[in-house]
Design a protein. Structure first.
Length: 211
């Protein structure tokens, strides 16, 4: 079973989407910072003054003077520069948003394609397995007829060749199914969560080729 989860989970798993999201968030932050420069800023400045020129005087509390005063900064002469900076950063933010949107749409398309491939490959394997059962029965029947004198050897050979061809097709279909599962896992932004699962699939393919 493959845990696909909700579409939003792609953001958590796919590095390309996480990177695009980070770029967009950083662009938004830079634009907000540029817009904040349009408004006046108030800063409180404090100074501590020592009025003694001797070591003994330092120990006197009256030797220290502390002053606190506000500083108001109004961007009057830099207004055009700030507006130009805002326009540039807003454009980059929009570009980052479009790139993020494109990454998400591309990821969803890959997942949809991966799901369709997995479903088709599984259906193909199931069909070949069913055909293999029928051909196996035909081989057994042809051998029984041959041993009972009611059939010829060419019929047996034809059925066995048909079975071998079918087994080769089944092996290729199982390999393709494995590739499709890996494709879907990558589209989901993950890998094999357990290496044992991959080993089990490989063992299953080997058994299928031997049957």
């Amino acid at each position: 079973m493959i845990g696909i989860g909700l579409p939003i989970d792609l953001i958590k798993r796919r590095p390309d989407i996480r990177r695009a999201l980070h770029n967009y968030q950083a662009a938004v932050a830079r634009t907000d910072a540029a817009e904040a420069e349009q408004f006046p800023t108030l800063t409180l400045l404090g100074t501590l003054t020592l009025s003694s020129d001797s070591l003994d005087g330092v120990l006197n509390n009256n030797a220290f003077f502390y002053s606190l005063g506000p500083q108001l900064r109004i961007p009057l002469l830099t207004g055009n520069r700030i507006k130009s900076t805002i326009a540039v950063r807003a454009s980059k933010t929009e570009q980052a948003r479009l790139e993020l949107e494109q990454q998400i749409l591309s990821a969803l398309s890959e997942v949809e394609n991966g799901c369709a491939r997995v479903i088709y490959s599984k259906k193909r394997v199931d069909e070949l397995l069913q055909k293999q059962q029928y051909v196996n029965k035909d081989v057994l029947l042809a051998e029984e007829l041959y041993h009972s004198g009611l059939g010829n050897n060419s019929r047996v050979l034809n059925r066995k060749l048909q079975l071998i061809s079918l087994q080769e097709s089944l092996l290729q279909a199982r390999k393709q199914a494995l590739f499709d599962i890996v494709f879907l896992y990558r589209a989901l932004g993950g890998g094999w969560e357990n290496e044992l699962q991959l080993q089990q699939i490989n063992q299953s393919n080997q058994k299928g080729g031997e049957s």
